[in-house]
Design a protein around this ligand. Structure first.
Ligand code: PLP
Length: 402
């Protein structure tokens, strides 16, 4: 079959692929411990669900403006004013089907053939593939486990060429959980401003930061280069609303207008009922966010301690998001398994634990484990993982733990 040439440059989302395989096994009756999924296990907060029920009862079930209802766009502005002290108008926002569509809109509107777009790796796969779908070239600046995968300005600035159109920063980062500091963000902004380069921030995990660190990236960028700043975020992770598909972009109104053209010709508005739920999430009580964060912190600490008890597993304790990104090359080499993709495949097949192999994030030798699941399931997953490693050892495939 002959497809458009752009399709030869991209692959199916590896994170969704693992979810699909885990789902297939589950439907066969297998008790899968799913540590692959990047979504909160908590239910959507009650007041948010109530707003959706009310929308349905009021027959709020028709098309809305494709950029979203004004009340929701204003709710985004209201939330960021409270959280970050920044001012912007509803016309500087567009409501999207998750942060993913906000980022996709940005790629469609800003990038094109011959453009280079810098981002940091290991990275969430859609960032790279969306750049390619826009016929531009991703330029990956690697971050390193040895310094906690910290996102630094210098190598990003060094990667700028006359072709650089934009820099995408994902903080907190999926899969590493690393953050960029305000000072490093400022350095990147100063360099980008001098060269007329866009900065796109993937702020999807903005609410999932464990230590009280300064992370007001939007203010740092607005103070320096507001006319070239694009912020993409969502209700998905903060309010346990992944399935609702409620995200947004904050950008200069001219960018928003262009995104609205793309959206108007593709998806139109996001689900009308979701929009009412989104308003409740952004304007209602925020204590649920803190409760979930506190629970994630406990899980992070427990799973990190359990994993790193085996000296062959090296793992940075992440500052944000809800993933651990262990390095297992020392486990792999003597095991007969040649890649973390094989490791993940065998783990799912042998002990029904789903994790996402590092290859999906351009980081072979690692795997991503999501701790957005109950502590009981995490414990069960940990036990099975240990049993799996012991099985490899017993088969003589691994040197015993040092
Ligand atoms: C880094 C990153 N950006 C964007 C998204 C997309 O989020 P949403 O579900 O709101 O589209 C995800 C989802 O996993 C993500 O990990």
């Amino acid at each position: 079959m002959s497809f458009a040439s752009r399709m030869s440059r991209v692959v199916a989302s590896p994170t969704l692929r693992v979810a699909a395989e885990a789902d297939r096994l589950r439907r066969q009756g297998v008790d899968v411990v799913d540590l692959g999924a990047g979504e909160p296990d908590f239910p959507t907060p009650e007041h948010v669900k109530q707003a959706a029920h009310a929308a349905l009862d009021a027959n709020f079930t028709k098309y809305t403006p494709s950029a979203g209802v004004m009340e929701l766009r204003e709710a985004v502005a209201h939330r960021y004013k409270i959280d970050y002290g920044v001012d912007f108008k509803a016309e500087e926002t567009i409501i999207t089907a998750g942060a993913k569509q906000a980022l996709y809109n940005a790629a469609m509107v800003l990038f094109g053939p011959g453009d280079e777009v810098i981002t940091h790796g290991p990275f969430w796969p859609s960032i790279g593939d969306q750049i390619k779908l826009a016929d531009a070239k991703p330029v990956i600046v690697q971050t390193h486990m040895e310094d906690g995968f910290t996102i630094k300005a210098e190598p990003i600035i060094e990667a700028i060429t006359p072709r650089t159109k934009a820099i995408i920063v994902n903080s907190p980062c999926n899969p590493t959980g690393a953050l960029i500091s305000e000072a490093e963000m400022a350095k990147i902004a100063d360099a980008a401003k001098a060269k007329g380069i866009w900065i796109v921030v993937d702020f999807t995990y903005e609410k999932l930061i464990y230590e009280p660190v300064a992370h007001n990236l939007i203010k740092v960028l607005f103070d320096r280069m507001r006319d070239k700043t694009v912020i993409c975020s969502a209700a998905s992770k903060a309010y346990a609303m992944t399935g609702w598909r409620c995200g947004w972009m904050i950008a200069p109104k001219e960018v928003i207008a262009q995104c609205n053209v793309v959206q108007g010709h593709s998806t139109s508005n996001i689900n009308s009922i979701t929009q009412k739920a989104g308003i409740a999430a952004l304007t209602g009580p925020q204590d649920g966010v803190t409760l979930m964060l506190n629970e994630y912190r406990k899980r992070r600490d427990a799973v990190h301690a359990a994993l790193t008890a085996d000296p062959r597993i090296v793992c940075v304790k992440p500052g944000g998001a809800f993933y651990l990104f262990p390095y297992i090359a020392d486990l792999l080499s003597p095991s007969g398994l040649t890649s973390s993709a094989e490791f993940a495949e065998a783990l799912l097949k042998d002990v029904a634990v789903a994790v996402t192999p590092g290859e999906g994030f351009d980081a072979p030798g690692y795997f991503r484990l999501s701790y957005a699941t109950s502590i009981e399931r995490l414990r069960e997953g940990g036990n099975r993982l240990r049993a799996f490693v012991h099985k490899l050892e017993a088969a003589g495939k691994l040197a015993a733990a040092r």
